[in-house]
Design a protein around this ligand. Structure first.
Ligand SMILES: *Cc1c(COP(=O)(O)O)cnc(C)c1O
Length: 429
């Protein structure tokens, strides 16, 4: 009997193998060396043959030096915060690649002098929302709120309806963020009702601004009243509106969802929104509105701490100028088409022996906006056990489990991914 240890190839020999060396070039030396060590260990333990060390090393290498994995979203929630919210358009992904190296993000190539950082992204934003006199972009919606509160109300009061003191998710409470900036909150109204006079009586010399917040993840119904932006116009202090989702114009599928253009038209002085919700772009916080207010925000020292990187600016510009985003495509899908796709998938799976059927379903926008709105969709129905199997597959597929069944909702799945979905289910079976 031979001792497997004696024949285990040395690290340098495995690393010299052309395919292993190419992988080291792509993934980094350290990561590949760790894979070689693990394979050698398995050979020493007798789990694999000594001659299999190179093959085992190659098989165990990850696809990428980043462990972030693309997953297929079959949850029926279009903007899933745990899945990175909005998927980017092809145009935005290409823009990311181009911006990744050295770029002209803050240089005017025609003069060779320093240029305004992200000028092209800001121009694209203003072209999309001509109602705004000026625009600024920060890291996310929370950063936009923090900047507005700090620059406009530090040591002063923000007047805000009690029913709009919301928690967004993962314990992020908007009132806590606002008070952390050194602003004081002046709540008006009750949980369910607020009147214009409540705002009028609360406003005084100490008021920084009035804030309206879109309750983007819940609805209050029954005996309720709120004050629309248009009624607050001319109230004597700036009116700042956090619309949340980042729609720039009214959307036919989501008529109740506020948008930047209408909110500015109604009289908001400043509109805040996220870039990676219904706008369908990268994580970003958009600030749109009066030129004098935007200038104050941009010049505040905190603005530097909240500024976005070149990748975000590039992806945002491409999102705004480029083709329809995947989020917009998802909003436009109609149930008959989705049901046809689900039926075909279910038939193909059944033919392969998987117990599958198709049925109408209801998708939602998710924490990114449009609370209470359901989007007519369709799903492939599988036994519940498929949910965990699909989640640990390659690529991982995230399904929705409802009433002991695994639903693959197609609302957020592009038609070209049906084949990926079919293969994932067959692999799980
Ligand atoms: C999502 C949301 C935020 C937070 O935005 P992020 O981009 O997640 O930081 C703030 N306000 C409202 C109304 C929102 O819907």
């Amino acid at each position: 009997m031979t001792n497997p240890r004696q024949h285990v190839p040395g690290t340098d020999r495995v690393l010299a193998h052309p395919e292993v060396s190419a992988a080291a070039h792509r993934l980094g030396h350290q990561l590949v060396k760790e894979a070689v060590h693990a394979a050698q260990q398995r050979a020493r333990a007798g789990e694999i043959a000594a001659g299999e060390v190179t093959a085992e090393t190659l098989a165990s290498l990850p696809d990428s030096a980043s462990s972030t994995r693309p997953v297929l979203n079959a949850t029926g929630v279009l903007l899933h915060t745990n899945l990175g919210r909005a998927p980017l358009s092809r145009a935005a992904v290409e823009a990311l690649e181009r911006a990744a190296g050295t770029t002209d993000v803050e240089l005017d190539l025609s003069t060779g002098k320093r240029g305004r950082r992200g000028a092209a992204a800001l121009a694209a934003l203003l072209a999309a929302v001509p109602r705004a006199e000026a625009a600024h972009v920060v890291n996310n919606g929370a950063a936009a709120l923090a900047l507005a509160a700090t620059a406009l109300a530090q040591g002063r009061e923000i007047v805000l309806a009690r029913g709009e003191m919301v928690e967004i998710g993962d314990g992020f409470r908007l009132p806590d963020l606002l008070t952390a900036t050194g602003a004081r909150l002046r709540e008006v109204g009750t949980t369910n009702r607020v009147r214009l006079d409540d705002y009028r009586e609360a406003i005084g010399p100490d008021t920084g601004f009035v804030l309206k917040v879109h309750p983007s993840n819940f609805v209050i119904t029954g005996f309720t009243s709120s004050v629309p932006v248009a009624a607050l116009r001319g109230i004597g202090v700036p009116v700042v509106v956090d619309i949340g989702s980042g729609l720039l114009h009214p959307h036919p599928v989501l008529p109740q969802e506020p948008d930047a253009t209408s909110t500015l038209t109604d009289g908001a002085d400043l509109v805040l929104a996220s870039g990676d919700k219904l706008l369908g772009g990268p994580q970003a916080g958009l600030l749109l509105g009066r030129a004098d207010i935007v200038r104050r925000l941009r010049r505040h020292p905190l603005a530097r701490a909240l500024r976005v990187d070149k990748l975000t600016l590039a992806a945002l510009e491409a999102t705004l100028r480029g083709p329809r985003t995947p989020t917009e495509e998802a909003l436009r899908r109609d149930r008959p088409t989705l049901l046809r796709r689900a039926t075909r998938l279910a038939e193909e799976l059944s033919a392969a022996g998987v117990p599958a059927s198709a049925q109408p379903s209801e998708a939602t926008v998710g924490g990114g906006g449009a609370p209470g709105v359901t989007l007519p969709s369709a799903a492939v129905v599988l036994p519940e056990r498929f949910a965990a199997l699909l989640r640990s597959g390659d690529p991982p597929v995230l399904a929705c489990v409802a009433r002991d069944r695994c639903l693959l909702d197609l609302a957020a799945v592009a038609p070209e991914d049906d084949e990926v979905l079919r293969r994932a289910v067959l692999a799980a079976a």
